[in-house]
Design a protein around this ligand. Structure first.
Ligand code: XMP
Length: 515
């Protein structure tokens, strides 16, 4: 792999993603990794990430010069650029002047910027500056605050930039990173969806052998792609379990039962638990109580199905050893690094399995980013409706009904949600929206007029948000004509709804969901 050494910047994961967008596999490692540990990974190249603003800072992480004796191509970014300059005998001046945000880079030569605009905007975030490049390096760019803003030494396959090529505010950044990988490091662009899928299928085969596996499908992207990969690897040794709790959106069960099965040929068990869930939720309007009931019943249903599958296998003289989970790389990195040594939390997407069942986890997506998961899903032939699906909460429509949950209310919300989703898709807005919860204010009524008569119906709330990771979000400025179409259709087509309102709250202070 290309190893991205994380000097503590929030950018390390993004750098790894950008390297992979250049079709070269990369992983993040902590800066505490020793040169021996790095060498043992046999990296094709090393990228040093940004980090604290100064190499002179008290607790600035150190860079071991021995890294440069390995003959491995190295690219330094921001702090990594300065640390590299210092380690190789250049000068980093403790200027104290800061350059932050959009800055003009003046290109003075070199491979990385060859043919790109002579002055170009780049995203900077630094205090100190490199004033002398190490011996043998060509200075290839400068800015007002950084006399040496980029350098390279092609002979030794070393280069670096003071700015952040990985952020979109550096419009040529991806090209510069790609050129480092291709033209300086000499790497082949082999990290493609079809290669990834092939490799993962092979790995699952090796791990599972002729064992049996079980996978809980949530209807979401990750579990669907994980299941599809494992299905391709081991066929009918995999059983998928899908709990229909009656709180799904229009078409979701069909998506799993028809489209997913048609695309993958997976063996699927659906648990029809609608009556149980609605019974338990009867009369409950407190959000936390709803969530607890749903969590508990979900585990019960899943356990029941697993016991059935286990029972069937036991009857045939076999056991189920493996549980498939759709854990992704960001979760792995955030819980202690991707190198497999640190404490990696296992995600209990399906939660609370009987404790005496010791499943081994199969996590085929644990080294992938979300966009790669989607690409692999497409490669495996999953339909776009599944692969491009927006996030949807486990407790489903129950937490989008403000008030108690009834079958009628679910039907009303389901219909309004389907209209909103359809119109957003037709308008081509799916890519701009992280997700758009549609909420029924079941305990609120307002007066309206329709035809000749007075109505006294419920409001529907549209909550379109834009976000990178759901931790923070902004409300999406949807075009008025799209809002108008959604509003008109919902009030005309959905009985009991006479008003559509738009939620214009960011997160924080509002959460994305209403409950
Ligand atoms: P909030 O409402 O906390 O939501 O801003 C953040 C993201 O998480 C989703 N969400 C859930 N997903 N189980 C899930 O699998 C849940 O209980 C749950 N609650 C919220 C929400 O849709 C948004 O994407």
């Amino acid at each position: 792999p290309v190893l991205v050494v994380d000097f503590g910047a929030q950018y390390a994961q993004l750098i790894a993603r950008r390297v992979r967008e250049a079709k070269v596999y990369s992983e993040v490692i902590p800066h505490t990794a020793t040169v021996d540990e790095i060498a043992a990974r046999k990296p094709l190249a090393v990228v040093l990430s940004g980090g604290p603003s100064s190499v002179y800072a008290d607790d600035a992480p150190q860079l071991d010069k021995a890294l440069f004796d390995l003959g491995i191509p190295v690219f330094g970014i921001c702090y990594g650029f300065q640390a590299m300059a210092q380690a190789l005998g250049g000068t980093v001046a403790h200027t104290g002047t800061r350059e932050y945000g959009r800055t003009q880079l003046t290109v003075t030569g070199g491979t990385l910027h060859d043919g790109l605009p002579e002055t170009q905007p780049v995203w900077m975030s630094h205090g100190d500056a490199v004033t002398d490049a190490p011996a043998g390096f060509e200075v290839t760019g400068s800015s007002d605050g950084a006399p040496v803003a980029a350098f390279e030494c092609r002979d030794r396959k070393l280069a670096g930039v003071q700015y952040h090529p990985e952020v979109l505010h550096s419009p040529h950044g991806q090209e510069v990173l790609t050129r480092f990988l291709r033209d300086i490091a000499g790497l082949e662009p082999t990290w493609t969806a079809s290669n990834i899928a092939d490799q993962l299928v092979e790995q699952v085969r090796t791990q599972v052998g002729d064992g049996r596996a079980i996978c809980g499908l949530s209807g979401g992207v990750d579990s669907a792609v994980a299941a599809a990969l494992v299905q391709r690897a081991i066929g009918d040794q995999l059983t998928c379990v899908f709990v229909d709790h009656g709180l799904l959106r229009a078409g979701e069960r069909e998506q799993v039962e028809k489209d997913f099965v048609a695309a993958t040929g997976a063996r699927l068990v659906t648990v029809d638990a609608k009556a149980t869930f609605l019974g338990e939720l009867d009369g409950v309007s407190d959000p936390e109580t709803k969530r607890k009931i749903i969590g508990r019943e979900f585990i019960r249903s899943f356990e029941g199905a697993v016991s059935d599958v286990l029972g069937e296998n036991a009857a045939q003289g076999g056991t189920v050893e493996f549980l498939v989970q759709g854990t992704l790389y960001p979760d792995v990195v955030e819980s202690g690094g991707g190198t497999g040594t640190a404490n990696i939390k296992s995600h209990h997407n399906v939660g609370g399995l009987p404790e005496d069942l010791q499943f081994k986890l199969v996590e085929p997506l644990r080294l992938l980013f979300k966009d790669e998961v989607r690409a692999v899903g497409r490669e495996l032939g999953l339909p776009e409706e599944i692969v491009a699906r927006q996030p949807f909460p486990g407790p489903g429509l129950a937490i989008r009904i403000v008030g108690s949950v009834t079958e009628d209310r679910l039907a009303t919300l389901r219909q309004a949600d389907a209209i909103a989703r359809e119109e957003l898709t037709i308008a081509g807005l799916d890519n701009q929206i992280w997700q758009c919860p549609v909420v029924l204010l079941a305990d609120v009524r307002s007066v309206g007029v329709q035809g000749d008569g007075r109505t006294y119906g419920h409001p529907i709330v549209l909550r379109p948000v834009s976000s990178e990771d759901a931790m923070t979000a902004d409300w999406t400025r949807l075009p008025y004509d799209v809002l108008e179409r959604i509003s008109t259709r919902i009030t005309n087509e959905v009985a009991d709804v006479n008003r559509v309102v738009l939620d214009v709250t960011s997160k924080p202070p509002g959460t994305i969901e209403w409950e």
